[in-house]
Structure formats: C-alpha cells, structure tokens
Write a protein that binds this ligand. Structure first.
Ligand code: MGP
Length: 310
C-alpha cells in the first residue's frame, strides 16, 4: 500500500530507518520481547509487539537532549574539512574548532590521489557525521563563516570524497558558485552557509534521490552533489556546490539532459536556498551571478571557460 506520508523520499526513509533502528534496539533489550524473539516463532506465527511500550522507550533529542537513544539518519554520511592561513604547513593546528581533534590525512579513508597531495596538505579533516543530531552538534560548536579569518574555507563533502578536483567523484565535475561582497553580506553569510549545508545533507539539490529506497539503494542513481564549500576572502565570501559531472556543450541529447539537471541545481541554489528571485541579476562590484564552471575550466584559470549562469 502506498504510504500516506507527505515527507519527501529521503526524509521518509530517514524517519523510517530511525524508527526501525530504535525498535530493533528495544527488541534486543526488552526481556519480554526476547522471549518472543524470531527464533522462538513457529513458521507463520506472528510476533506480537507491545507498540505502546516500544514507543515509550524511544527517546529522541526532543525528549531528552542529553540521553536520547534515537538518532535521525541522513541519507549519506558527510565529512567536514577546514583550512585557513593558520593550518598551512601544520599538522594539528590551532583552528577555531578546538572542540574537534583533527585527523592527519594519512588516516583519512581512501587516502589521497597523488596529484591532490599538495592541495590537500593544508586541508584538515574535522569530523564525519551521519545523523541530523550530529550535524547540529557540529554546527553549534564551530565558528561561523562570518567569524573566520580571511582565506579560510569549510568544505562539507560526502564521506569518502576529498575536496579536490582530483578525487574520482569530482574529476569530471564542476561547481556552482556565487561570490558575495563581504561588507554587504557579513550578516547573511552564516544563514546562507547553513541553508546550503541543509540542502546538501537533506539531498534537495538533486531530487533524483527522492525515489531511492533502502531496497533499491544499490541500483539507485547517484546524487550529482559531492560537496559544498564556503570560502572567506579579503573582500568577499564565496559559496560553492560541487557536482560529479559537468555538461560539455556537445549538443548531444545526453549532454543536453545533463545540462538541464545541472541547471536545476543552480536554480534551486539561487532561488530556494539563497532566496533570490529567479530572474534577479546579481552581478555587482565584487559580486557574481550564480554561475557554473567545470573543474577542468577552473584549472585552466578561466581561459576559454564555458560558464553557465542562472
Ligand atoms: P581557490 O581557493 O578555489 O580559488 O583556488 P580562489 O579563491 O579564487 O583563489 P585564492 O588564491 O584566493 O585562494 C586557488 C588555487 O588553488 C587554484 O588556482 C589552484 O591552483 C588551487 N586549487 C584549488 N582547488 C579547488 C584545487 C584542487 O581541487 N586541486 C588542486 N590540485 N589544486 C586546487
């Protein structure tokens, strides 16, 4: 029977998974349920569950902020990375995130493509998380972009993908980005970054995952998004969304389809995440439109670069 829930697919799966996890945990811990465990059931016999007791055992962060036993899983696990002038050339630097020990790169999953070694030297892995609660725990304990030093970056990437063009997940991709003058956006940048992160971890940029279920996860199409970045520069902030692939302007049907998918991400970013009108012209001194560039074009430093603007 179709679900009556109006939650989008990933959120629905997340809430179902949280409930199943909690129920499974309670099932093991509850001696009454242990007696009625699956092993003791005859074929065809139904395992009767005391729903009320199980519901009473569930403690979410809303019931008990210190001692909750249910976390709300995200569709994907994510890793936060950080660099700033203070991290350059140092292994375990004093960063604004002293609450989190930083992992030397040698210990990061998957290692690093050698071409990215130099680039990744100064970028420190802060923490990985895979639940809503852990995300807010992290968010509430790190310095917001408006208070970061100049030339610092937060990189929030799917776990297992390093924030480098050279990673397999990024090498054929590109980025949407917007540059915002610092003086006019100091008060907005923290919210813009929060909403960008929420759209990333909530998987709303590329709705292709909305129909993915745990059963078809293996065959489900991959989200186009690999990570999001906020950068502080002397005169502006930059927010970026990295994608797995980038259209090539070849005019083929596949490329046109890819371009539509990539453009939808840019429009969602501009309108729903950053709150601009779809037809707003944003370019001003030190500001840019919401624009897309493939990493290969970024690497060429913009020479003959084919930008897409929404
Ligand atoms: P940047 O920090 O993304 O651009 O890249 P920005 O902010 O315009 O420049 P900045 O000088 O103000 O920081 C800066 C430079 O870092 C690029 O020109 C590359 O040389 C290098 N670089 C950036 N990225 C994202 C990568 C990467 O993924 N891999 C490698 N190898 N180098 C990179």
């Amino acid at each position: 029977m179709a679900s009556a829930s109006t939650l989008p697919g990933p959120a629905l799966q997340a809430s179902k998974a949280a409930l199943s996890a909690a129920l499974a945990e309670n099932h093991v811990k509850d001696p009454q349920n242990e007696q009625n465990g699956d092993e003791s059931l005859e074929p065809g016999e139904i395992d009767e569950v005391d729903m009320q007791q199980q519901a009473e055992n569930i403690r979410t962060v809303f019931n008990d902020p210190q001692n909750f036993n249910v976390k709300h899983p995200l569709f994907s696990a994510w890793t936060l990375w950080f660099d700033s002038p203070a991290t350059k050339g140092r292994n375990m630097p004093q960063t604004p995130m002293t609450a989190f020990p930083q992992t030397p790169l040698a210990q990061t999953p998957g290692g690093i493509a050698s071409a990215a070694q130099g680039w990744m030297e100064d970028i420190k892995r802060v923490i990985s998380f895979d639940s809503v609660e852990e995300f807010w725990g992290l968010y509430n304990n790190i310095v917001p972009p408006s208070n970061l030093p100049q030339r610092a970056n937060y990189y929030l990437f799917k776990e297992g993908i390093i924030p480098a063009w050279e990673d397999d997940a990024n090498k054929n991709g590109g980025k949407w980005s917007i540059q915002l003058p610092k003086d006019k956006n100091r008060a907005n940048v923290d919210k813009m970054w929060l909403y960008t992160m929420l759209a990333a971890i909530g998987e709303t940029f590329d709705p292709i995952l909305a129909n993915a279920t745990p059963e078809n996860e293996e065959d489900a199409p991959q989200s186009m998004i690999t990570g999001v970045i906020v950068s502080t520069r002397p005169q502006f902030y930059r927010l970026s969304i990295w994608t797995r692939t980038a259209p090539q302007s070849t005019g083929t049907d596949d490329d046109n389809e890819l371009r539509e998918r990539v453009e939808a991400i840019g429009r969602h970013f501009k309108v729903n995440v950053l709150g601009y009108a779809g037809n707003a012209k944003l370019q001003a001194p030190l500001a840019t439109e919401v624009e897309f560039l493939s990493h290969k074009d970024s690497d060429k430093k913009g020479k003959n670069a084919k930008k897409i603007v929404v």
